[in-house]
Design a protein around this ligand. Structure first.
Ligand SMILES: [Zn+2]
Ligand SMILES: [Zn+2]
Length: 365
């Protein structure tokens, strides 16, 4: 047994010497006693991980020669710090919900080194829904967190009265091609049906609210950010209102302004369309020159009524999209949000959201 150990030890020494001699930058002349040995026997770990910070820790490396060991930390291929004598390094400005990996390299100052690797994932940004989502109709919408995103699902139906609910009056409309479109009478009025007031059966668009039997889904960041460049809005849904129905912009077709269709809008500036009931203008059913939440726009920012919180004045610092940074009834600390702009349209209306998106829009589908 003793002989065996002696042979093994000799073999290892020869092997190390051979390895060291094979290196062409051997600074220390090999006199048979000063062959440098790399530091070894250490591990790295990561603690205190948040959305944007983490603490990288490592154990003391052993250096057989008694050399002073220093450490270099690399993250994602970039050197964060070098010549450290401590055993920890705090990292900041990380991106939430992101996988990171790196190495700690222990060096003995004599050309010997060894490394320990680590990896971790930062926390997701949000663990609870924004308070504004509590305003959305609980029957018509389903709102949930999915990682760092919020998923808003809606059946597209409004939670309020309208002459566009099914009713016992048959009506006809002429489409742009000259075809007559008949909306048949129902056996009875829907419980939320009300007689048309600002529109009329003659002017109403074809189709009833409850003809729609589909759904819409919007997925946005739970922590939306302003984009480097704005994006114009298109036809179809550009946001989801708190009622459950869709928000449209100020066009009624490809480059067709809303003007000619205004007569078909009900008292809350909505009508049925090729797809479903939707709003174009200030939603009088629940917001009339006030601070109410209207809904969420497809870039993840909320849309509020014409007046600002908490002043109850018209904001004077809005950008071209009606947006600004400031407190809202759902976030007194302040965040970027849109307002209905207090600019008259056709002398009596207020456009809900003409665009552009100042964030990055997702499709509502
Ligand atoms: Zn429309
Ligand atoms: Zn505001």
């Amino acid at each position: 047994m003793k002989n065996y150990l002696k042979i093994l030890t000799t073999f290892l020494l020869v092997a190390i010497a051979f390895f060291a001699c094979s290196s062409d930058d051997s600074g220390n002349e090999d006199n048979g006693q000063t062959t440098n040995q790399a530091p070894s026997g250490f591990t790295a770990s990561v603690t205190s991980i948040t959305e944007t910070t983490a603490s990288i820790n490592w154990t003391q490396a052993t250096d057989a020669d008694g050399d002073t060991v220093t450490y270099t930390v690399t993250l994602q291929g970039s050197e964060l710090a070098s010549s450290l004598s401590v055993l920890t390094l705090d990292v900041t400005a990380l991106t939430p919900s992101t996988n990171y990996s790196g190495t700690v390299v222990a060096s003995d100052g004599n050309g010997g080194s060894s490394s320990a690797s680590f990896s971790f994932s930062t926390a997701s940004t949000t663990t609870s829904l924004h308070l504004a989502f509590a305003e959305f109709d609980a029957d018509n919408t389903d709102i949930m967190l999915s990682g760092s995103n919020v998923v808003i699902e809606s059946n597209g139906l409004p939670n309020h009265t309208s002459p566009y609910w099914s009713n016992t009056t048959e009506r006809t409309a002429i489409d742009p091609m000259g075809n007559t479109l008949v909306t048949p009478a129902a056996a009875e009025n829907h419980p939320l049906f009300v007689e048309p007031t600002v529109t009329s059966y003659e002017m109403m668009a074809p189709g009833n609210i409850d003809d729609f039997n589909g759904s819409y889904t919007l997925t946005v960041s739970a922590n939306p950010q302003l984009a480097a460049t704005s994006t114009s809005t298109g036809l179809g849904p550009i946001g989801i209102a708190v009622s459950g129905s869709m928000i449209y912009n100020d066009e009624e077709g490809p480059n067709i302004p809303l003007d000619g269709a205004v007569g078909s809008l009900d008292y809350t500036a909505a009508h049925t369309g090729p797809q479903s009931y939707h709003y174009h203008l200030e939603t009088k059913a629940w917001s009339d020159d006030d601070q109410e939440l209207i809904g969420i726009i497809a870039d993840g920012f909320f849309l509020y009524g014409r007046r600002d919180y908490p002043s109850n004045e018209y904001p004077t610092d809005l950008d071209a999209s009606g947006g600004h940074f400031g407190p809202t009834p759902h976030n007194p600390d302040g965040e970027y949000h849109y307002h209905i702009q207090n600019d008259l349209y056709l002398n009596q209306f207020y456009i809900l959201f003409p665009g552009d998106y100042q964030g990055t829009p997702s499709n509502i589908q």
